[in-house]
Design a protein around this ligand. Sequence first.
Ligand SMILES: *[C@@H]1O[C@H](CO)[C@@H](O)[C@H](O)[C@H]1NC(C)=O
Ligand SMILES: *[C@@H]1O[C@H](CO)[C@@H](O)[C@H](O)[C@H]1NC(C)=O
Ligand SMILES: *[C@@H]1O[C@H](CO)[C@@H](O)[C@H](O)[C@H]1NC(C)=O
Ligand SMILES: *[C@@H]1O[C@H](CO)[C@@H](O)[C@H](O)[C@H]1NC(C)=O
Ligand SMILES: *[C@@H]1O[C@H](CO)[C@@H](O)[C@H](O)[C@H]1NC(C)=O
Length: 534
Amino acid sequence: MYRVCLILLAFATACAIAGFPSVLPTKGEVWPRPQMSLTSSTYMVIRPETFRFTTIGQDCDILKAALKRYIGIMFASYSSVELRSQPWRKDGLFRGYLDNVKVNLIAQCEELPHRNMDEQYEIKIDSPDAPLEGTIISHSVWGILRGLESFSHLLLPSGSAYVLNSTQIMDFPRFSFRGLMLDTARHFLPVSKLKENLDLMAMNKLNVFHWHLVDDQSFPYESAAFPNLSKLGSYSSNHVYSAEDVADVVEYARLRGIRVLPEFDTPGHTKSWGPGQPGLLTKCYTNSTPDGTFGPIDPTNDANYKFLQSFFTEVTHRFPDHYVHLGGDEVSFSCWESNPAITQFMAEHNITGNYSKLEEIYITKLLDIVANLPTKNGYLVWQEVFDNGVEVAKDTVVHVWKSSPLWKQEIDEVTSAGYQTVLSSCWYLNYISYGVDWHKYYECDPQEFNGTAAQQQLVLGGEACMWGEYVDRTNLISRTWPRASVVAEKLWSAAAHTADADAAAPRLEEHRCRLLGRGYDVEPLWPSFCPSDL
Ligand SMILES: *[C@@H]1O[C@H](CO)[C@@H](O)[C@H](O)[C@H]1NC(C)=O
Ligand SMILES: *[C@@H]1O[C@H](CO)[C@@H](O)[C@H](O)[C@H]1NC(C)=O
Ligand SMILES: *[C@@H]1O[C@H](CO)[C@@H](O)[C@H](O)[C@H]1NC(C)=O
Ligand SMILES: *[C@@H]1O[C@H](CO)[C@@H](O)[C@H](O)[C@H]1NC(C)=O
Ligand SMILES: *[C@@H]1O[C@H](CO)[C@@H](O)[C@H](O)[C@H]1NC(C)=O
């Protein structure tokens, strides 16, 4: 299945000096794989002491911070991939020292990453039209960020210097929405871990951090207007994200070209909202008396809509992205059914049938509130909102997550109804299993369903999810990475380039060692070794 050393022995002597790892890493390949790249066997050498970036186009804070950051990343502690090989020495393929890479941002910087941001870039190292020079070119600062990341992948440590081949890259993403979801409600994740994860997202060109902030188990988000929500709903007063923490995360992400998409899931998954906002949740009944437990948000209480309006007004000021995620998944109807006031409301409003109509009333009002906030937000919703027939605005993004019914059928229905969509069904990374488990992530393609070209266009991309029931700061990074790297390549690279998981394996091995070498505890993929194991 994998290229094993025994087979390679016939072709490469590398095995003889490197033991018998399951997969041998490539050298200097970019992950995710660029749309177009041309590499020749000549090479240049970078000496960390003399190397610098020179800005020859537009400049701004994001760019300045990035150039400084990438000097650190490029020359991180990671020692030679070729652990036992000789440092480079001049030969016929040596073209010269690369002491200066020009960074050419052609248009003015944008301040905030957004849903239509341009991420295209070009890299030229010793190209025919600019021999012995190095340039990273883009029309947007986001493209420069992606180009810097790719450039850093070309460098191979060799002794006290780095070698890189003469290379030309022209690159852009296949999908505009390339997300990763973290859940900070089942377990609190310290801001430092969120930042570490944002670093890794940038190193894999993911561009949306979907932050599932709160859920049944805890409410770690501190609201200025409703401080009791976190005071009474968080695990402890320390397990809370203050307004400063949120701003810190949003800024850290911004500098890396990553959008932060906050999710406040309602009307279900809301137990932790209850203590801090009396009257919000439906009282559940047993034998016609309240039994002390609570269900979804009470859709019959007008005060609740006033609360939601104030709450989301604040949320949309703290999170600058155009979109908020409004949840809407897994609403249990049993509590509504048990409550006589809800039954009466249904009768008074001539609502017949099951309680999905009630959910529709709630969601419709909520969507209306959010769409009419001063910030004029758009929204994502989990697929149930669509499944239950709720009327949503045309620019709604339906987040497909279920694997049954088949997501292909679901995404076909969603897009034929004219809605945009993001796929997560095949990328629930919180499910783990023994053995090599990433092939299935690589083999899932969000546009592989029966649909017209117009329907395919409505697929914005996909998102890996890391639900937090069994994940906290101790295992977040290792469980998420490098498995999320697989999703990242699937969403960035051309479909034709990502058809074969076996072919990707040596590049993934190199990338995993690269991330480990940069100091992140990303887990191994199979029996192998990295220089920075030591
Ligand atoms: C890069 O250069 C090295 C050294 O000259 C050569 O062995 C290697 O094949 C080149 N890589 C590619 C992809 O051409
Ligand atoms: C917050 O909760 C405390 C303690 O339960 C209560 O006394 C106070 O009135 C609440 N504040 C608001 C604004 O609801
Ligand atoms: C419910 O139906 C009754 C009888 O058809 C009608 O008189 C009443 O106006 C309806 N109420 C609402 C709120 O639509
Ligand atoms: C509820 O009713 C709707 C439409 O009337 C239907 O599509 C749906 O399947 C029903 N749900 C349940 C759980 O019975
Ligand atoms: C797509 O259409 C073909 C031909 O109509 C059919 O055989 C196949 O089952 C469909 N696939 C899906 C996922 O619906």
